[in-house]
Ligand binder design. Sequence first.
Ligand code: SF4
Length: 452
Amino acid sequence: MTPEYISPKAAFFTLGCKLNFAETSTIGKILADRGFRRARAGETPDLCVVNTCSVTEMADKKARSLIRRLVRKWPDATIVVTGCYAQLKPDEVSEIEGVDIVLGSNEKLRIGEYLDKWESTHSPLKVSTESLEIRTFSPSCERGDRTRYWLKVQDGCDYYCTYCTIPFARGRSRSGRIADLVEQAESVAAAGGKEIVITGVNIGEFGGDTGEKFLDLLKALDAVEGIERYRISSIEPNLLTEEIIRWIATESRAFMPHFHIPLQSGSDRVLKLMNRRYVTELFAQRISLIRNLIPDAFIGVDVIAGARGETEEEWEKSRGFIDSLGVTRLHVFPYSERPGTAALKLQAENVAPAERHKRVHALQEISDDKMHRFMLSLQGTTRKVLWEHLIKDSEEDTPQGEKIPMMTGLTDNYIRIIAPAQEELLNTITDVRILGIDTSRAETMIGEVVSC
Ligand code: SF4
């Protein structure tokens, strides 16, 4: 083993989704096997790996400015850029001064062999595979914090929504094998992990390439001893079948009452223009079924404001529909023009950026109101909380004027709770009485441990 003081040091920078974070963690393991150690704060790295996102124009901009900052700060470090931005615009990335290696999505986890190549020539490298040719599934499982892990079960997407670049960046849908994913979950349990978030690009497409079924994956994971909680990061409404909802509600041991379902628009006309695979009626049915079977489930919903074709009339329809839904919280994004997407060719009204932001704001207000009402409904109830960590620099005043440290965790239905710290409870699940909303922190409630 290389002594630590001469081991080369690598620093990692991840932008975008949880899938990227999971993959950066795998890159970290690959580099550790090659003798690298993670650079600590204040150290100068020999290698910087930037795993980029390209979901909006803003994401590209963020990636460019991060890369430039790293080059300025550590001019002697080898700079490797990978991820969706590198896959979609390899030329643009390689032209940024100081970038040494550009790796597309398929080459991301082959970083070792490209580093060897670069070492022997020191001339810039730019490699990527045409997205439609990407067929391999690269497994990844990342530890988020002490309690939670992100397990990638699927990659790529075959849906081609008209506003989205992801199918071009990540390629066709492909999946892991149930047996391998169960093995990864078992390793998480052996390492003391309690919660796994199942991630992917279009998770419901799991098994389209292997013939295995998504529900069979959920059942197999549910049986892994030691994992006490699972969450599905996000699933398309048409792929979140009634059968899956009923199984989670009635039979599953560890799948939490928590769903994240992209809606994108509450207007059928706009959904059609977006090439989404459902209509609002199906979406509303899914939400009602969840609410009927699991009344206190957290339901998060993605919405795009001001997409092409969202005329004043369609916007009003959309807003009314979204307001009528029994969901918990909205994740609202303004529509962003992406070069190469079919949306740019649509003969449909283009909403002015200022109007998009006005609509974001209106939806955000609906979201705040829904979230507030959801939190109020939990006040006075008792729920299970998995305690994650102490809150740094956070001390609450007691009525006696003492300062006491606090800890935080999530309820089964995804509400952040804080309570006076009991370090021995970290990474354990306890019953917690929810006392009320914490007005000094966003979307947080105050709890009291009632059992250990
Ligand atoms: S389902 Fe649509 S929005 Fe989601 S990744 Fe696929 S193409 Fe993009």
